[in-house]
Design a protein around this ligand. Sequence first.
Ligand code: FEO
Length: 390
Amino acid sequence: MNNCKAVEISKNIYWVGAVDWSLRNFHGYETSRGSTYNAYLIIDENITLIDTVKINFKDELLARISSVIDPSKIDVVISSHVEPDHSGALKEIAALAPNAEIITTNPNGLKGLTARYGNLNYKAVKAGDSISIGERTLQFVPTPMLHWPDSMVTYCPEEKILFSNDAFGEHFATAMRFDDENDLETILFEAKKYYANILMPFGKQAQTALKALGDLEIKLIATGHGVIWRSNINQIIEAYKYWSSDEVEECAVVVFDSMWHSTEILAQTITEAFAKRGIPAVYYDIKYTPLSDIVTDIFKSKYLAVGSPTINNQMMPTIASFLCYIKGLRPLNHKGFAFGSYGWGGQSIALVEEELKAAGVEIILDKIRIANLPTEKQLEEISEKIISQI
Ligand code: FEO
């Protein structure tokens, strides 16, 4: 751990988190670029740590803190969020600094931390509360359901730094701590993917939080994952305003699985028909793309067509899993339809349609059900139907 040094992000404020280069799955979210667990150390009259890291990375956290001060000198720990990628090393910090006060939200943070880590030296705060840590003040802004009930961000007015935890973050492993040291297109894509997969159901809460932060002057957004925003703050805030709105774009996503290529042929015809209608469409054979990437495209695409052949009177398990995921994320203002091929029963297509409805997707086209292999004439009819009815 000798090379684990803190990174100074502002005078006497250090990044002391960890980089998880190899992470490829974050509770089901496919993280093709790894992630970081960001924690911050403020050296002031009361030495303050903002968040910890996933437990596997506690040694990195302690090494980085130790490169600045003895961890036993920590006076205050801000726990922005109970989820263990941020609170994972709280007990270890509390053992080293037993007098440190652990600040969390009331009542949800308090309940969650007590359930996970037992009775530590907690202090519960609510909206509008703040503390002085010496030259600096820390103001607490609870952001409930963004994305857990306990979630909170912290603002330091003297530094104009917003410690935003999960908000504005992205799963992106990097050795460069700031946005302007990384490729902007890549980090904005990863931030969108993060929003789509983690925050999509909480657009209203995101808008409430954005309003609460509206008047703050912000020099840095020190996130819980990925880069610290320094040069593109307006861009990420504007992106959040758009992502949290119910606006969608004239685009389509076609997702399917296939057994013997019939549903695949339908998917190709549907994708091409969307394009002929002037609606750009992306095509996903679900076997080859992780759900979290498909969802990133679905997020702001108005149209969603989902296809499955019938197997044992059901839809394909891959499509069932995909629809279960979509149902949880509740995309807004989406329109779609079901399609698929079958040998005899053909139940899958109605089942897909039911699940689309349950996910809040408005059905705008009758089910496309084709026995065995589609003929040229049937494909032309499908194409015509999409062009004329959508
Ligand atoms: Fe990054 Fe919700 O934890």
